[in-house]
Write a protein that binds this ligand. Structure first.
Ligand code: 13P
Length: 251
């Protein structure tokens, strides 16, 4: 069956020193603790190697927040999937709405990035989600379905390695979370879209995380929904205690 996962997305926050300290705190808090989910922290590229050195890979998975769609070569400033993998990372966030919105990442590019991540043995955490206007004009189910369908040229074997994160853009960093029912409706819809293409077994085994103002205070209600398999956490992942509070929502 699919895994429960709580993943942190640190975004462009923390210096190297602060990031290593935060990772170290999370690692210490998890030591000897009973937990009913996998934990992943996705950190800036500059932090990957140093964070990898202070976390126990049995307790915490390590992820990047993006990678290039190209294999290697003359792409100044870019970071390849192979480079990410070589730091010890296991995961990579792809298609975050901030990448789509501010850096113009499109479906074609995101498919290529996903393929590169998979070729190099990284687990993509593939983000989808509608903007406020699409929520209000009622097109959100179609919008999110088409973002998921951008991956449908992948083989069933490859698709089954992907984690999906549903992050309604209007709920990110706004303090305005989707209700547990809104999240459940969309997660069930995404699972149906996957089932229509890849069949029930793959759909049932795909972890679908919720992201957007998820906090210790609302995580339990969200995670109690049958199709919500955990969270992708922004702001609350930058504090070890509050990140732990979200992890403990699965206990
Ligand atoms: P917040 O938890 O800060 O709303 O961010 C969610 C997010 O974008 C995680 O990727």
């Amino acid at each position: 069956m699919r895994k429960n996962i709580v993943a942190g997305n640190w975004k462009m926050n923390t210096t190297l020193e602060e990031g290593v300290e935060l990772a170290d705190q999370i690692n210490s808090l998890l030591q000897g603790k009973e937990k009913n989910c996998d934990v992943v922290i996705c950190v800036p590229f500059t932090h990957l190697t140093s964070v990898n050195a202070v976390i126990d890979p049995e307790l915490i998975g390590l992820g990047a927040e993006n990678c290039s769609e190209h294999e290697k070569g003359a792409y100044t400033g870019e970071i390849s999937a192979a480079m990410v993998k070589s730091t010890g990372a296991t995961h990579v966030i792809l298609g975050h709405s901030e990448r789509r919105q501010y850096f113009g990442e499109n479906n074609e590019q995101l498919l290529a990035k996903t393929q590169k991540a998979l070729e190099h043995g990284l687990t993509p955490i593939f983000c989808v989600g509608e903007v406020l206007e699409e929520r209000e004009n009622g097109t959100y189910n179609d919008v999110v379905a088409s973002q998921v369908e951008a991956l449908f040229s992948l083989s069933p074997e490859d698709f089954s390695k992907i984690v999906i994160a549903y992050e309604p853009v209007w709920a990110i960093g706004t303090g305005k979370t989707a209700t547990a029912d809104q999240a459940e409706d969309m997660h069930a819809h995404i699972r149906k879209v996957i089932e229509n293409k890849y069949g029930k077994e793959i759909a049932d085994n795909t972890s679908i995380l919720y992201g957007g103002s998820c906090k210790p205070g609302n995580a339990k209600e969200l995670f109690a929904k049958p199709d919500v398999d955990g969270g992708l956490i922004g702001g609350a992942a930058l504090d070890a205690e509050s990140f732990m509070g979200i992890i403990e929502a699965f206990n």
